[in-house]
Write a protein that binds this ligand. Structure first.
Ligand code: UDP
Length: 498
């Protein structure tokens, strides 16, 4: 009875892009407070997190990690998913909806777990930190007499737009059907959104569809939590935060960006072991050797994150555009939409002899499935990143002053991209989604603009460096001085521990 340490229980959504910041947050809370941290998830994801933590601690510290990992029974088969489907990797949009629905199957065991901790330790955990998308934990927290804090693993602007859309469905509620252009509740009228920034599943949403029934209750519940943690820094997104705080009434603590400390402070060169938990399709050494053979800021890195891919025709045009741009590139390649993303890659999806030619000429390094992204972005030869605008990719890229070619594909990425282009001036958008046609000429043109060493390309690079500096300042702690994100973390923790 009465464990001496306070306890924090954390519940991430089942996606790679969410585990990464959750783990980083867990480590920070643990290091700053000495609390016991328990992260809960499905059995397969707990296996993944266990190996990630093991690799990480073997690299950075010999001591055993203090983070406890607990697997809860999970049932996605009743929701139509194949056995062992436990995260978003390689899932189609309808399957992701099923995964969301099945996340509720964790709830009974989650409630038992926190009741058990409460009984054993003689007091409840000091808080539950649940993913914004798993806000059902709010109700479970109340039952044991603790608070739930929502953790938003993405940025402020994109989340505010996504939330405003789901809670208002403004493209419909304005009347007269779907508008070509619209503004969003909470956003200034001058901030216009375009219909193409609504991916088909959002465009089809009317409040009664499956996605509305997933997002509307979870987002509403997250608004009723006792506070929000946001994976951004005050200085990075002042406008986005102003808007987010109109929508989110509980305190919002900006404690990010939660990327590996060595990306923000070049002195401890600890490498990134354990960062991804996945085996890359090429070793970091080979990648770095390849990058070493190219001039400074000359290489374009192309990747669509941990779960997205593009259509077969887009894949073909992108390949031709990359080749004809004559710029060196590293491309993380996966089968196109409609095929098993973990299945065999067929040569006919690329121009004849593409991979062999790129290998011979050294113009391109084609990496199947997964690349050591952090090592690539930190290398001086990387000059730009063609990205789907997932939040981790954005913060990792900007931390290194690498400008972005945006190709948003899902979730809130279209709004992240909008902010990068319109507010930060660090990106140029190539296209949106998997429906649109893409011409190789456009690929060439955009690569040319972003990778030029003068004009617009140079401006974007300078601005990316400035944003990287803001990030560094936010997470810096030196002498008596604390950056804004360090201070926010302390404010959050002192509220919690008081
Ligand atoms: N990532 C990686 N190698 C890859 C693809 C992705 O290491 O080939 C990592 C990347 O560094 C980032 C995360 O996976 O930390 C992807 O997160 P993001 O938020 O960008 O996108 P998501 O996968 O959630 O769509």
């Amino acid at each position: 009875m009465g464990g001496s340490r306070k306890h924090v229980v954390m519940l991430p959504f089942m996606a790679q892009g969410h585990f990464i910041p959750f783990l980083a947050l867990a480590k920070q809370i643990q290091q700053r407070t000495g609390c016991t941290i328990t992260i809960v998830n499905t059995p397969l994801n707990i296996q993944y997190l266990t190996s990630t933590i093991a690799k990480d601690s073997s690299k950075t510290s010999p001591s055993k990690s203090e983070i406890r990992l607990v697997a809860l029974p999970f049932n996605s088969v009743d929701h139509g998913l194949p056995p062992n489907t436990e995260n978003t990797e390689a899932l189609s949009t309808p399957q992701i909806a099923s995964l969301f629905r099945s996340s509720r199957s964790l709830e009974p065991a989650f409630r038992c777990l926190i009741s058990g901790i409460t009984a054993e330790e003689g007091r409840p955990p000091i808080c539950i930190v649940s993913d914004v998308l798993m806000a059902w934990a709010n109700e479970a927290a109340k039952v044991v007499g603790t608070v739930n804090i929502s953790f938003n693993t993405s940025g402020a602007y994109g989340t505010a737009a996504y939330m405003s859309i789901w809670l208002n469905l403004p493209h419909r509620s304005l009347g007269g059907g779907i508008k070509e252009e619209f503004s969003l509740p909470g956003f200034p009228d001058s901030c216009r959104f375009h219909i193409s920034q609504l991916f088909p599943f959002i465009r089809a949403a009317d409040g009664t569809d499956e996605w509305s029934r997933i997002f509307q209750p979870q987002l509403s519940l997250s608004l009723a939590s006792s506070g929000w943690l946001c994976n951004t820094a005050e200085e990075m997104e002042p406008q986005g935060l102003e808007i987010l705080r109109k929508l989110v009434k509980p305190t919002v603590w900006c404690i990010g960006p939660l990327i590996p400390p060595s990306m923000l402070d070049p002195s401890p060169s600890s490498g990134f072991a354990g960062r991804t938990g996945k085996e890359p399709g090429v070793s970091p050494e080979k990648c770095l050797e390849w990058l070493d053979s190219h001039p400074k800021e000359s290489v374009l890195y192309v990747s669509f994150g941990s779960q997205n891919t593009i259509s077969a025709s887009q894949l073909m045009e992108l390949a031709m555009g990359l080749e004809e741009s004559e710029k060196p590139f590293i491309w993380v390649i996966r089968p196109p939409i409609g095929f098993d993303l973990k299945g065999e890659f067929r040569p006919e999806w690329l121009p004849d002899g593409f991979e062999e030619r790129m290998d011979e000429t050294k113009q391109g390094l084609v990496v199947h499935e997964w690349a050591p992204q952090l090592e690539i972005l930190c290398h001086k030869s990387t000059g730009a990143f063609l990205s789907h605008c997932g939040w981790n990719s954005i913060t990792e890229s900007l931390s290194q002053g690498v400008p972005i070619i945006g190709w948003p594909l899902a979730a809130e990425q279209a709004y992240n991209s909008k902010m990068l282009v319109e507010d930060m001036g660090v990106a140029f958008e190539l296209t949106r989604g998997v429906q649109g046609s893409l011409e190789k000429e456009e690929v060439k043109r955009v690569i040319g603009v972003v990778m030029e060493t003068s004009g617009k390309g140079e401006d974007m690079r300078k601005k990316a460096v400035e944003i990287g500096d803001l990030m560094r300042a936010a997470v810096k702690e030196e002498g008596g001085h604390k950056g804004s994100s360090v201070q926010a973390m302390d404010d959050f923790l002192s509220t919690l521990c008081s």
